[in-house]
Design a protein around this ligand. Structure first.
Ligand code: PEP
Length: 253
């Protein structure tokens, strides 16, 4: 089964509501007509979700969020639930981004809880995994990534596994301008795919595995041309409509 490539822009803590609307207005015409051939989503900060939901109406671009709380509701000051995201028209949600793991203490177990709460609310998780430079240099890449994937999938019904997106994001490549080579990316993606087959059987074929880490217009097509690279999670380059649309086009080649 051919997997439709999936490109998601992670806007991180950038863009006011006005700037976010402007970015969508610039982006929408550039990706028009690509709908169906490649799936596109943008993940603005929470404060801009409602404005972006409105601006995306009638476009082929999906709305994504960058994080969610693991509980459905409760006394958790400053947090946002999966139900609240669904209410705004959010379809996908990034979990386990390395910035959240490193700066905000997100654990493998916390990621798993978020995956469960997202599926319960009808949202589709994008689970980020990836090794640090130190772990790569110590030859631990495959062990670390396998541990993160196994943990995220633990206890998930196979129908849900098939609707999952994974994003392999080597931490040393995020926001650094250093990209994994296509061979490095494909090696890890193939290992993840084999692990998915072991854990979930046939549905492994349906799981999209994005690559993330300094994806730019000039390296996107080559990365996404690898057999197990099913799209991209894009940080910095998703903040400029022309760059992001060129990356999306790279998924079509
Ligand atoms: C990211 O934040 O997920 C990311 C990959 O960032 P960048 O593209 O800027 O490296």
């Amino acid at each position: 089964m051919a997997r439709v490539k999936f490109v998601c822009g992670n806007w991180k803590m950038y863009k006011t509501t006005g700037e976010a609307r402007e970015l969508v207005r610039a982006l929408a015409p550039l990706v028009e007509g690509m709908g169906g051939k490649v799936q596109v989503a943008v993940a603005p900060p929470f404060t801009a979700l409602a404005a972006v939901a409105e601006a995306l109406r009638g476009t082929p671009i999906d709305l994504a969020a960058q994080n969610v709380h693991r509980e459905a509701q409760g006394a958790f000051t400053g947090e946002i639930s999966a139900g609240m995201l669904a209410d705004l028209g959010v379809k996908h949600c990034i979990v386990g981004h390395s910035e959240r793991r490193q700066l905000f203490g997100e654990t493998d177990e916390g990621v798993r809880e978020k995956v469960v709460v997202l599926f319960k609310a009808g949202l589709l998780p994008i689970v980020c995994v990836g090794e640090t430079l130190q772990e790569r240099e110590a030859g631990q890449t495959l062990a670390i990534v396998s541990r993160q994937v196994k943990s995220a999938l633990q206890g998930l019904p196979s129908a849900d596994v098939g609707r999952l997106t994974l994003a392999y994001e080597p931490v040393w490549a995020i926001g650094t301008g250093k990209t994994a080579t296509t061979a490095q990316a494909q090696e890890v993606h193939a290992v993840i795919r084999r692990l998915l087959v072991e854990l979930a059987g046939g549905v492994a074929d349906e799981v999209r595995i994005q690559y993330g880490g300094s994806v730019k217009p000039d390296n996107a097509a080559e990365l996404m041309g690898q057999p197990d690279v099913d799209g991209a999670l894009v940080g910095g380059a998703s903040l400029k409509a022309p760059d992001f649309s060129r990356i999306v086009k790279g998924a079509l080649r």
